[in-house]
Design a protein around this ligand. Structure first.
Ligand code: ADP
Length: 436
């Protein structure tokens, strides 16, 4: 465009110079034409000089205004500069958003250059490793020999797990991921909870195996005796009864494990409905009497007619476990009471016995899976060590508290306190005390 305009300008000036030559003097024509060319050159050189001056200025300065062919050139250049500025602004904003998001990641991220100097780090990495400034070697901040050896090794397939001085009590997996141009990414991930869970799982599997092995050993011993020896009928019967008792223990264990697994399934919703607690306790007391077979006095006190919004099966399972324990840990002639009251607006369900009691140091651990005060006694009475863990989970799923009060040789009281929001009223007030 500028070329065409220049050629047109030269041609027009040539015509003017020729006309001056024809009208005035022929000798003046080349001078007039040359003067025009010099003028044109001066304009172009002037614009080039201004453009050169502008290029040396800070970027935000406006472009010089152009005339003729330069007008179009400078306008296009201006448009390009404005578009580029907008794009640069958008890229900067996007980068800022990305940094802000990466800063919020719970994992630490560090970009290392080919010399393992910190190029960039997010906030988590700065807090965990105490990183500050830029371009400092990473081994200024992470000094553990295991990490230094890992950094030098070429094998980054697996992370290394470390404790960090700035985060006591927690464990972190550090992994290096090679990226482009010999740059590397150091990712720090908190594995404390995963490690704890792994430990709990390992302990649990070991406990279950141990619980099953004991009755299994007894069963296989008796079966071997029965196969190899020709025992008299009453001896045979005694052996088979033993086998039956042990298989019943294993069966109870499996049932309790399944109950616990379903209670621990956070995704399984608790199907709630108003439960007639009075009726439930009367049924459970009848079953408990059958279990006790007349060895204990069993009493039901229902001082409230309120219904409880609960999962009926879960509630049944929790109270049944408490009543079964009361029978198992209360010597013959003792008294067992199960009660339903509203105290301070809370639905209060308690089971009290006059049994052997529990020493205070055991109370905080009672609801742990497989925790027993007296292993021998628990086994002898067919315990699985899971009863109170089940009760605790049922309580949690109903936003209830489980309190235990106990005195050695006097007895124990296990109390479930349900929030007022779970209580409902029955159409007929049946406040009553049923004693059996
Ligand atoms: P277990 O099957 O062994 O009874 P639980 O989880 O039901 O397991 O109870 C844990 C432990 O708490 C029991 O082993 C026992 O030592 C103690 N315990 C539970 N209930 C009572 C109670 N009513 N009286 C005395 N001790 C109890």
């Amino acid at each position: 465009m500028i070329l065409v305009r220049t050629l047109l300008w030269v041609a027009a000036w040539g015509v003017i110079a020729t006309m001056i030559g024809v009208l005035h003097s022929a000798a003046a024509a080349p001078w007039v034409f040359s003067a025009g060319l010099v003028g044109l050159l001066a304009v172009h050189v002037g614009y080039l000089a201004r453009l050169n001056h502008w290029a040396g200025l800070p970027r935000q300065r406006d472009l010089p205004v152009g005339i003729g062919g330069w007008g179009g050139v400078l306008e296009r250049l201006g448009r390009y500069m404005r578009a580029e500025a907008v794009e640069r602004g958008e890229t900067a904003a996007e980068l800022e958003r990305l940094h802000a998001a990466v800063d919020l990641l719970p994992d630490g991220l560090v970009v290392l250059d080919r010399y393992d100097h910190v190029q960039w780090s997010n906030r988590t990495a700065q807090q965990l490793h105490g990183i500050f400034g830029r371009r400092r070697p990473i081994d200024h901040f992470i000094r553990q020999p295991e990490f230094l050896a890992y950094l030098q090794s070429a094998d980054f397939g697996r992370p290394i797990v470390l404790s960090l001085p700035d985060a006591p009590g927690r464990r972190y997996a550090l992994r290096i991921v090679p990226t482009v141009d010999a740059y590397r990414l150091l990712i720090t991930h908190d594995v404390t909870d995963t490690e704890r869970l792994d430990e709990v799982r390992r302990d649990f599997v070991a406990n279950v195996s141990h619980e099953i092995r004991t009755p299994l050993t007894v069963v296989s011993g008796f079966v071997e005796t029965l196969l190899e020896m020709d025992l008299p009928a009453d001896e045979r019967r005694r052996c088979l009864e033993m086998v039956q008792r042990q298989t019943a223990t294993m069966q109870r264990l499996v049932e309790d494990l399944l109950t616990l697994a379903s209670l621990e399934d956070a995704l399984k919703p608790t199907e709630l409905q108003p439960v007639d607690v009075v009726l439930l306790l009367q049924h459970l007391a009848a079953d408990t009497r059958a279990l006790s077979a007349g060895r204990h006095v069993i009493e039901v006190r229902t001082e409230s007619a309120a219904t409880l919004l609960a999962a009926p099966q879960e509630l049944d399972s929790a109270v049944r476990n408490l009543l079964t324990n009361a029978v198992r840990y209360t010597p013959e002639g003792g008294r067992i009471t199960v009660a339903w009251q509203v105290i301070d607006a809370e639905g209060t369900l308690w089971v009290r016995d006059t049994g052997i009691g529990i020493a205070p140091e055991h109370l905080p651990r009672l609801t742990e899976r497989f925790y027993r005060v007296d292993r021998g006694r628990s086994r002898a009475t067919g315990g699985t060590g899971l009863g109170l863990a089940i009760v605790k989970h049922v309580a949690q799923r109903h936003q209830a508290r489980l309190d235990v009060e106990s005195r050695i040789g006097v007895g124990s009281t296990f109390t479930l306190r349900f929030p007022a929001s779970r209580l409902g009223s029955r159409p007929v007030d049946r406040s009553e005390t049923v004693t059996a």
